[in-house]
Design a protein around this ligand. Structure first.
Ligand code: G
Ligand code: G
Ligand code: NA
Length: 255
């Protein structure tokens, strides 16, 4: 397919870019975390959404190379922001299940990269989906343990969508649950979604897991989640995903 061919040249052609969306500490309002999100500017077709090209990258296995590029970009960026703004700045990257399932190079080059560049523990968070843990084979389990040993934290993305088993939460050492935006969109004080958010937060905390709410678009949602004890929030209310220079100008300045 055309897009698949074009994607092959996208990295070399400098067409991929990372945008960053702030993750806000609800208690203090401070921003020491951001999620890295891929953007592709196609030379003729213009901007192509990751929702379109990530599945193609997965099918063609190019997601491994692209994912490595994402990781290295994020690692370079976090080092800069740690030096310039906060020692504990942290960037999360999305890692597709396909990357875990097909990458089979010796150990994880990500861990070696972090060591070589002397990045501290907790600099990088890997966002994975519940589905990866539900049918985790030995290789996935081993890789996640290696990440933990190297100080890479693990977040469960889109938590609460699609799966009913929670047993993986006690099997794996998870650092963050990200409440899916579908639960956040309609929360009001008496709503069922509020009950679900409350339950997720208290369960996570009792398991020693921090909670990030996704898709926060209004002050009312922010306030309800903060009152429920949610640790962090992300969403258009605070900022859309933006380029690194925009991030520095609008969010890190004087922070
Ligand atoms: O930023 P946006 O809402 O357009 O992202 C759409 C989807 O693409 C999200 O589900 C997001 O997780 C996914 N995505 C964005 N960046 C990456 C990435 O670097 N790697 C993977 N595997 N998925 C990504
Ligand atoms: O699957 P993942 O959680 O990685 O998806 C992140 C996606 O959610 C990104 O594409 C991002 O642009 C989008 N997003 C971020 N904040 C909001 C928000 O407040 N509302 C909505 N509708 N989407 C958001
Ligand atoms: Na994500």
């Amino acid at each position: 397919r055309r897009i698949a061919n074009d994607l092959r040249t996208a990295i070399a052609g400098n067409q991929l870019q990372l945008y960053y969306q702030p993750i806000v500490d609800l208690a203090s309002g401070s921003i020491h975390k951001a999620e890295a999100l891929l953007r592709w500017r196609h030379p003729e077709k213009g901007f192509i959404s990751p929702e379109v090209f990530v599945p193609i990258a997965e099918e063609t296995r190019m997601i491994v190379e692209i994912g490595d590029w994402v990781f290295r970009q994020a690692a370079k960026q976090v080092a800069v922001w740690q030096a310039a703004y906060h020692r504990d700045f942290q960037i999360s990257v999305n890692k597709s299940p396909v990357q875990f399932l097909i990458e089979n190079r010796a150990k994880s080059s990500w861990i070696e990269y972090l060591r070589e560049h002397q990045l501290g523990e907790h600099s990088i968070v890997v966002e994975i989906t519940e589905s990866l843990l539900l049918d985790a084979n030995d290789r996935v389990t081993k890789r996640l343990l290696e990440f933990r040993d190297a100080g890479i934290e693990v977040a469960i993305d889109d938590f609460g969508t699609g799966y009913s088993s929670l047993s993986y939460l006690k099997k794996f050492d998870i650092d963050y649950l990200k409440i899916d935006k579908s639960f956040v969109h309609n929360i009001t004080p008496q709503s069922n979604d509020m009950v679900l958010c409350d339950a997720i937060i208290s369960m996570a905390h009792r398991l020693g897991i921090k909670v990030i709410a996704e898709g926060v678009e209004t002050e009312a949602q922010r306030d309800l989640l903060a009152a429920a004890g949610c640790d962090y929030a992300q969403g258009y209310y605070f900022s859309r995903p933006i380029s690194a220079p925009e991030f520095e100008a609008s969010l890190l300045d004087g922070a």
